[in-house]
Every structure is written in structure tokens, then in C-alpha cells.
Design a protein around this ligand. Structure first.
Ligand code: G6P
Length: 606
């Protein structure tokens, strides 16, 4: 979702800003713009569409002069995606330009107030009120105007503000914003992807803080304008990790990275054959006191949670509920000090997930976050954090983010079961060995399925595709179906195979494509019966099965094979061919794979 960048230096700012915006493109957007101060004026360029359109319009920034500036990619919330609503927005007197990520919830009232005072609005956005407020409060001191403006705003925002005279400010309230420290130049951005080409030294702003950036300094202030001493953190991602590295799409690159990401996430946490987490210190008493686990998340992170639910319940015998964050936040969740809330998020910035987490925390839940982005809001809010070490994930449709989340949940289940005294040594050791073997298995899941491209070519014409499975297979179906619909725009839905005959089977007709996941062996025969049922109604079956279980081959029309692993780890291998299937189907259909329409990578507004 919207991305913002800011630059203060001695070289021309526009090209730096446009490059920064390119690196934020993956977040999802529909228009782009920059504003650059040259000491006397603010020069603005903005367009509906892509950053490449902005680059064309400005001759790669060469037409926009000045050494201080802000840039923006907009994902429309208030007002259509067009040139006028694109950011930056200017104050009427031309003194301030503003870029904004988030939603100003009281913008309608503010707009009314400002209109009465004679301010003229050019756009339909909530953001424009900020520019006019700055003008209204300006009395010769830009910092004071920034503070007074911030005190009037309700909602979530990260804001970048430039003044005509070259002063540059960044403010944060419930929306990500990171400051980058360079040499003779400084930066800010919505995420580190835009900063890593310039610097790995960053400062994470907290809610309510704001900063002033000059070429030589960054000063962070609290809400009352007092300077705050902030620690400088070092980013571990390098710039290559956020580039395509020869692959046609980020999604394919990220699929291929999964064996390595699994290893990076799991291996450092196995010491002398035992799982150890860096930030999950629970006493035995606290651990035995947990009588319920709630997993909350959005999208694929929620589907990783679905896998986690089966595994944790099986190994730990603790009841687990998986709750959509957008629902949980408004449901007055029933929670007490015996509830462990597991919050899963790749970005750590998903607005609904943050809100659900705050709600549950307030009601006394102990919180454990499984997050990929270091220093993100969810990581900071949680009592305990287990990072997934997947590296930067750029494709909107998550792949390595999801599999590393499942990896952490599997490890957590093993760890908890062991500490609760529910697992004998032999089983524990076997699972640890299986975790060590997984990177190789995941590579095999990729290698085994070289035929998926052909399969996708043949099956890409279907308008709707059903995914069915039981138990862990069902959990994986949810992610497999989501991948397909996100990037290929085919209607795809997951159904618990046993539930089929209570409704969905009415939709099955001659030629319907039913992807049947049959890797969960305790219920294999049941799933085989479901295959019979849909075939009897004319369905075409694409089966996903363990490579050494050939029984299914007689029944299915097509098949995908998955290497055998420990059953609880199987979903991680099983989802890989489904990701590849979605990828190649989307490619056949000519879709914009890394940036699917209407979707955003990091959904920072409700
Ligand atoms: C968006 C992304 C999904 C992601 C979901 C949750 O919808 O497109 O890929 O699963 O947000 O994001 P999070 O960063 O919280 O995991």
C-alpha cells in the first residue's frame, strides 16, 4: 500500500526519489509523484499509473530541480486514482508539500473547518487537509507548524513534509516509517527496501514521533517537540536480496529461495539438537497456565495459522482458534491471562492485525509475534517475537513469507509439546532430524515438478477451480486457492473435502477442475472417496500426492508429486508446487504476477 520516500542531500533529489519509489512499487499502488524544493519553490510532478510514467514525464527526474524532496506511491482510499488525487499535495501558498501513507479519519471535519476559513481544496483526498493545516499554523516556524498540525490529526499516518526553503520533516502515527542515515545525505521511507541501496544504518520512528532531516543530521522529536535520543539499528538485508537476480519475476525468485529461507529460519534455532527461541522465555508455570491459543492474522498469514492450528493441537493438546484479525478486532474477544495470542505477519504492519493484537493485549493476552520485518510495529508491540528469516519479500503474493511462518509454527509446536512433557525423546529427535532434512526436501519439491509449466498451459483456461483436502491438506488448500486467485484472477476456493456434499458438489459439472490434496495419509482413503464423488459428476482431478504413494495415479487425471517428509512438516513441501502452478497459470494468462490488480503487499489501512 502507499509508500513514501524523502531525501535531503546536496545532489539532485528527483532521481533518488524516483529510484526509491521503484523499490516501493511492490507494496501496491495506482499513482505516483514527487515534490522537490529548490530553495525558492517546490516543483511537483505526479501521474496516474506507474513510477515508469513518472520517470518518463520528468526525464528520469532531470526536469525537477532541487536537492530536498519527497515522493509517493498512492493506493487510492479517498478519491479516484488520477493525477489530481496523486500525492504530493500542496498548501495553497505553495510553502508546503505533503506525502501521506494511512488515513486521516477526521479529515471531513477538518476539511469543513478549513473550507470555512477560505482554504480551497484541489483534490478529493484526506491528505490535502494536512497541507492546508500546515499553512494555517505556519508563523515563521515550520517545526511548530508540523507539531500543531500533528495534534489535529486522528487516524494513522506516516507523513513526509517539505518546505519551500528546503526543510524536510517526517512524522509517524501507526504507519511504518524508517529513517536512513547516509554520509552527507539522509533519507526516510516506508520500508527498508528503499533505503538499502544507500545505507544500512536506520532509525525506527515510534508513534507520535517526528524528525527533521538535513543533509548532515537527523533530529528526532517526541510529540512535545523535545529531542529524543534514538538508537541506530543495522539492517541485515542487502540490496541484491530485494532485486530479481535474473528471474523474470520476484515471485519465481522467492519460490526458489524457499529451501534457503527455511534453513535460515530454522537452523540457528536448533542448538545441540534442541530448539531454542531467542525471545520466548516462559517459566514452566506460565507455560502450563496457557489453556488456549488464538492465532490471528490476515490473508496468507492466517492460512499459515490454519496449518499451525492442526499441528499445535495435535502435538500440544491445547485448543487453538484461528481468527481473522479484521473480525477479531471488533468482536470483543474473550480472553484472559491464560490465553496465548500468536500474531502472524510478514510485514508486521497490517492494520487489522495490529488492531486485533492491541485489543487482545488490552484484555490480558500474552502475545507472541511471528514476523518477517525487524523493527515493525507488530514486532515492537509483542511480548515475544520469533522472526522468520525470509529476507525481503517483494512479490505481492507471499511464498517464502508463508512457508517460513509455517516453519516457525511447526518448531513452536514441537518446542511446546516437549516442554509440556507430551513428547518422548525418540519422537523429538526424529522431528529435529526431519527439520534438518527439510531444505533438501523443499528443493526436491521444486525439482520434482518441472512439468508444472505444461500442466498450467493445459489447465489455465478454467474459470473456476476447486481445491479440496482434509486436515493439513485442507489448510494447504486454502493457501493454494488464494495463490491462484490473487495472481491469475481465476475464481478458486478451498473446501474441506468432507464438506463437499453439503453444498459445493452442486457446482461440479462436466470438466470442472478439482485440485485434490491427498498427502495427509491418515485420511487418504476418505480423500480417495471424494475423488470418486467428483469424478462421478464429470470433474477433472489434479491430485497432489506423496511421491511414493502411487495409488492416486490410477484415479487422477493429472498429478503433482511431493516428497515425503514428517507428516506435520508436509504442508511446507506441499504448497510449493501449488505456488508454481499459480505462477505458471498466471503467466499463461498474461497477468501482472508481481503486482496483481487491486492488491497491496502491505495493507496498512483498514
Ligand atoms: C496482503 C498481502 C498478503 C498477505 C496479507 C497479510 O493481503 O497481499 O500476501 O498475506 O496482506 O500481510 P502480512 O504482512 O500481515 O503477512
Amino acid at each position: 500500500m502507499c509508500g513514501i520516500v524523502g531525501f535531503s542531500g546536496t545532489r539532485e533529489a528527483a532521481a533518488v526519489l524516483i529510484d526509491g519509489l521503484r523499490r516501493l512499487e511492490y507494496r501496491g499502488y495506482d499513482s505516483a509523484g514527487i515534490a522537490v524544493a529548490d530553495g525558492e519553490n517546490i516543483n511537483v510532478a505526479k501521474v496516474k499509473g506507474y513510477v515508469k510514467n513518472l520517470a518518463e514525464l520528468t526525464h528520469d527526474g532531470a526536469d525537477i530541480k532541487g536537492t530536498v524532496g519527497v515522493g509517493h506511491t498512492r493506493w487510492a482510499t479517498h478519491g479516484a486514482p488520477n493525477d489530481i488525487n496523486a500525492h504530493p499535495h500542496m498548501s495553497s501558498d505553495g510553502r508546503f508539500a505533503v506525502v501521506h501513507n494511512g488515513i486521516i479519519e477526521n479529515y471531513a471535519l477538518l476539511r469543513q473547518e478549513l473550507t470555512k476559513k477560505g482554504y480551497k481544496f484541489a483534490s478529493d483526498t484526506d491528505t490535502e487537509v494536512v497541507a492546508h493545516l500546515l499553512e494555517m499554523y505556519y508563523d515563521g516556524d515550520a517545526k511548530r507548524a508540523v507539531m500543531k498540525t500533528a495534534s489535529r490529526l486522528e487516524g494513522s499516518y506516516s507523513l513526509g513534509v517539505i518546505c519551500r526553503d528546503g526543510r524536510l520533516f517526517a512524522m509517524r502515527e501507526q504507519s511504518p516509517l524508517i529513517l536512513g542515515l547516509g554520509v552527507g545525505e539522509n533519507y526516510f521511507a516506508s520500508d527498508v527496501a528503499a533505503l538499502v541501496p544507500h545505507t544500512k544504518n536506520v532509525i525506527y520512528l515510534e508513534d507520535g514521533e517526528f524528525a527533521e532531516l538535513t543533509p548532515d543530521s537527523i533530529t528526532v522529536y517526541d510529540v512535545r517537540g523535545r529531542a529524543v535520543d534514538k538508537p541506530v539499528s543495522r539492517v541485515t538485508w542487502d540490496v541484491e536480496a530485494a532485486e530479481k537476480g535474473g528471474y523474470e519475476h520476484f515471485m519465481l525468485k522467492e519460490i526458489m529461495e524457499q529451501p534457503a529461507c527455511f534453513k535460515a529460519t530454522v537452523e540457528p534455532r536448533i542448538k545441540d539438537g534442541r530448539i531454542e527461541f531467542e525471545s520466548f522465555e516462559l517459566s514452566d508455570e506460565e507455560l502450563h497456565g496457557i489453556n488456549r491459543i488464538i492465532i490471528t492474522a490476515c490473508g496468507s498469514a492466517g492460512y499459515a495459522g490454519q496449518v499451525g492450528r492442526y499441528v499445535i493441537e495435535e502435538l500440544c493438546r491445547i485448543p487453538v482458534a484461528v481468527e481473522l484479525a479484521s473480525e477479531l478486532r471488533y468482536r470483543g474477544p474473550i480472553i484472559d491471562g491464560h490465553t496465548l495470542l500468536i500474531v502472524i505477519s510478514q510485514s508486521g504492519e497490517t492494520a487489522d492485525t495490529i488492531a486485533a493484537m492491541r485489543e487482545c493485549k488490552q484484555r490480558g493476552a500474552r502475545t507472541l509475534a511471528i514476523v518477517n520485518v525487524v523493527g515493525s510495529t507488530i514486532a515492537k508491540l509483542a511480548d515475544h517475537v520469533i522472526y522468520t528469516w525470509a529476507g525481503p519479500e517483494i512479490a505481492v503474493a507471499t511464498t517464502k513469507g508463508y512457508t517460513t511462518q509455517v516453519a516457525v509454527l511447526d518448531m513452536l509446536a514441537i518446542y511446546l509439546a516437549d516442554r509440556l512433557g507430551l513428547m518422548d525423546k525418540e519422537r523429538y529427535d526424529k522431528l529435529i532430524e526431519a527439520l534438518h532434512d527439510m531444505p533438501g526436501k523443499l528443493q526436491r519439491a521444486i525439482d520434482l515438478n518441472r512439468n508444472i509449466k505444461k500442466l498450467a498451459k493445459r489447465l489455465c483456461g478454467h474459470n473456476d477451480i476447486y481445491f479440496i483436502g482434509r486436515n493439513l491438506d485442507y489448510a494447504v488448500c486454502m493457501e493454494g486457492a488464494l495463490k491462484l486467485k490473487e495472481i491469475s484472477y481465476i475464481f478458486a476456493e478451498a473446501y474441506a473435502a468432507g464438506e463437499l456434499k453439503h453444498g459445493t458438489i452442486a457446482l461440479i459439472e462436466q470438466g470442472s477442475l478439482v485440485v485434490t490434496l491427498a498427502c495427509y495419509e491418515p485420511l487418504f482413503e476418505k480423500t480417495m472417496s471424494n475423488i470418486e464423488e467428483v469424478k462421478a459428476r464429470g470433474a477433472q482431478v489434479l491430485a497432489v500426492s506423496l511421491e511414493d504413494n502411487r495409488q492416486i495415479l490410477k484415479k487422477a487425471d493429472d498429478f503433482i508429486l511431493v516428497p515425503r517428509t514428517e507428516p506435520i512438516l508436509n504442508p511446507i513441501a506441499e504448497v510449493i508446487p501449488l505456488q508454481l502452478f499459480a505462477y505458471y497459470v498466471a503467466k499463461e494468462r498474461g497477468c501482472d504476477i508481481d503486482k496483481p490488480k487491486n492488491l497491496a503487499k502491505s495493507v496498512t489501512v483498514e
